[in-house]
Each structure stands twice: as structure tokens, then as C-alpha cells.
Ligand binder design. Sequence first.
Ligand code: UD1
Ligand code: CA
Length: 459
Amino acid sequence: MNSCVAIILAAGKGTRMKSKCVKVLHPLAGLPMLSHVINLVQSLQFEDVFVIVGHQAETVSQLVSEKKATALLQEPPRGTGDAVLQAKGALKGFQGPVLILNGDTPLLQKETIERFLATYEKENATLALMTVCLDQPEGYGRVIRHEGGRISHIVEQKDATTDERNVQEVNAGIYLCDADFLFKSLEKIEPNNQQNEYYLTDIVGMAVSEGVALLGFEARPEEVIGVNNRADLAKAEAVIRGRINHQWMMQGVTLIDPSQVRIDASVKIGRDSILYPGVSLEGETTLGEDVSAYACRIRDSRIGDHVIIKDHCVIDQAEVEAGAVIGPFAHLRPQTVIRKDAKIGNFVEVKKSVVGEGSKASHLTYLGDAIIGKDVNIGAGTITCNYDGQSKSETIIEDDVFVGSDTQFIAPVRVGKGALIAAGTTVTQDVPSGSLAISRVKQENRRDWVKKRNAQKKV
Ligand code: UD1
Ligand code: CA
């Protein structure tokens, strides 16, 4: 195969998205739409990958350089033909095929591009375009063919006659074109259309009139969905999620109901893990092997082997080591580490804390800025009072401590190894190891008090 370069068009605003955010940065399966396109092209190991940027150029360029591609500025964006022309200088002297893709067509697959390239070479084409027949061709440019079936030209929906609009074959916006022919033709394009734009699609008609070898390549409808509005975005999201879920099932992960599981493109999952309906795995999340996750949301977190995450948990930027059990209704916030075999039960919130191996906080507890050792029992209703309105302080609880229910730790405070905190205690000073800490108002029982009060009421 000849060496090849790619140009990705990403300068348009995406007016139909009605968004503050430029279209190509809208996320799909947790990654900006444009990342999917650049990742695809990078996987093909082309000589060079250029991305045409314009709207919000700075933000888009940042992504482009993170992805080791080259951004070229189109200012102002005057149409897809004008966009490709911006690469002329960068491609000076390049002889060979140029792959052109739209930044808003994120579902293309590597094998399809490989077949497209192979067919282009085999047919010795000068220009090839991907086409597809759609039941609902609205919004796309239509492929107009001569009576004999050969392609004549492309007409955009806005410029099409009623008859032309009835054509179901559309232009997918993916082309392979010989560099010389491409840039020669682009310079001849005129903005003679409803949108006053320089249409890249005009090079198809030019190829026909100049008699160069033109090839139509049929693509699969789901791969060439162009995202123009939020409905297209949701359609694309469904396709990509379906693919990701399928891929994890092939890798040995059970999804009880794939239609109710969301896994971002950057997530990793170990074998024999089971995902129940309502699981959402987001960002840079990793799950080990044999994890069971019920309806929950996990973002940018590391979950070890054999962990069980019960229903309605939110886990954000936290780490849960092997064998731990979390939830139901638990909230693990950033910088939380739950060590091996620990247990975090219902209505427990943990923030920036370490819960040691085998330790338990089973009910109704807030642990913030706490370091908790091994085999500690945290009773129901325990609260680390870590904030005095100005600054945060730490609570340190050493190994084997037993914390009775309804305890408050007024931080900073340290509890030594093996100490016992009596239920209802407000811990205001450090507790030496092995000691009992108890702070309660002594209970008084007033005999027949209720009877006397009731008698008074009647008078
Ligand atoms: C385009 C095609 C249409 C095809 C469809 C496939 C043209 C004129 N039309 O239409 O035939 O059916 O894609 O999805 O090419 N862009 C720039 N600079 C610009 C304008 C656009 O870089 O000046 C970029 C956009 O960011 C986008 C891509 O080019 O990623 C396509 O632009 P868009 O406006 O979405 O074109 P469509 O109307 O969808
Ligand atoms: Ca489009």
C-alpha cells in the first residue's frame, strides 16, 4: 500500500447542536467525538494526520496535539472545500492518496477504511467516495447518478430539487483522492450554492467532467452516521455503547442486560466480572476480575478483584482494594482508599480517607480526612468532625480500635491501637492505645415522673 496522509475536517461550529461547545468536542462514550476519529486514523499508521480547526481553535488544537496530529487553522470556516484547501501548504510535494474524513463522523471502523484503501488502489481510482443508502437520507448530500448508474455529482440537501431529495443514496463525507487532482480541483470551486460555501463535494462533479477514475464505495449505514444535532449524537452514542458492551462480553465480562449498562471507551474490566442493570462505568475506571457491580456510578476509580458494589453507590476518583464490599447507598469521594476486605455499608460517605484492611463502617457514617487502621469497627452514626468552618483536620484511628455507635471525633484527634470508644462519646482528645474513652452525661432516672406530669396536666 502506498503511503497515505489524512485530513480530518473539524473547523465548523456545529450550529445545529445549539451548544456553547464546538460540535467535535461533544463527548461520545466519554471521549470527545473528534478523539474517536483521530484514534481511528492513528491506528492506521499514516504518514501524517492533519486536522482542520477553526471554531474554538485553541481548545480543539490542544486535543489534536495530545493525539500527536497536526492542527491547521481555517479562518473563517467557509465550507468543507475551503477546509481541505488549508492543508495544501503542509502537503506540498506529497504524491499519493489523501484520506479525507469529517470530524463529526465518529463511528467508522478500521476494517472499513482498510477495505476502502485497498479498493481504491486495486481500481486505480483518482477519487473515491463512500456512499450509503438510507431510509431517511435527510440532511445528507445526495449522490446523483447518470441513467447508466455511473455517479454524476453530489447535491446538498439545501440545493436539491424535490426529485433529488427523494434519492436515498447519500454521500458519507469520507473520500480518498489523489493529492494533485485534489488541490487542483479545490482551487476551481466556487461558492455557488444556498449556503455560499466552498463545497468539497463539488470535486465529484469535476472528476466526472475531467474523466478521471471515480469510484463509489458502499459503506454500512451505522458507520457513517454524521452527527449534526443532539438526536444524531444520541444515535451515535447508542451504536458506540453497543460496540463497547459487545467487546467486553467477548472478553469474558457478564452484562445481565447490555441495554442498561454504560461503559466509557477508556474503561477496563477483568474477566468474570458481572455488571447488573444500571451500572455506569466512566472515565479512567478499572475493574478487576470477579467484581460484581449492581446499579451504581463509578468514575475515574480503581476497583480490585472480587469487590462487590451493591446498588445505588457513587464512587468517584477512589480506590477499592480486593475483596471489599461497598453499599448499598454508599458514596466514595475523591482520594478515598478502601483497603482489602473492608466493608462500607449503607448511607456511609467517605472522603479523602483510608479505611484499613478488614475494617468496617456499616451504617450511617461520615469519614472525612481520616486514616483508619486494620480491623477497626466503626459503629453506626459515627462522624469525623473534620471541618471547623475554616480548615480541615485529620482523624487517625489505629488498628483494632472499636468505635461505638454515635461517636463524634473532633479532629485533629488520634486514637491509639486497640482502644475502645464507648457509644455516644464525643472524642475531643487523643485516646491512648488500649484505653476506654467515654464521655457521656450521667443518666438520671426519675421515678414515676411521667405519671406525675400527667396528673398535673389534668388539673
Ligand atoms: C457534509 C457533506 C455532505 C455529506 C455529509 C456527511 C459537504 C458540502 N457536504 O455535509 O454531502 O452528506 O457531510 O456527513 O461537504 N467543516 C470545516 N470547515 C467548514 C465547514 C465544515 O472544517 O468550513 C467540518 C465540520 O466541522 C464537520 C465537517 O466539516 O466536521 C462536515 O461539515 P458539516 O457542516 O457537518 O457538513 P454536512 O452538512 O453534514
Ligand atoms: Ca455533518
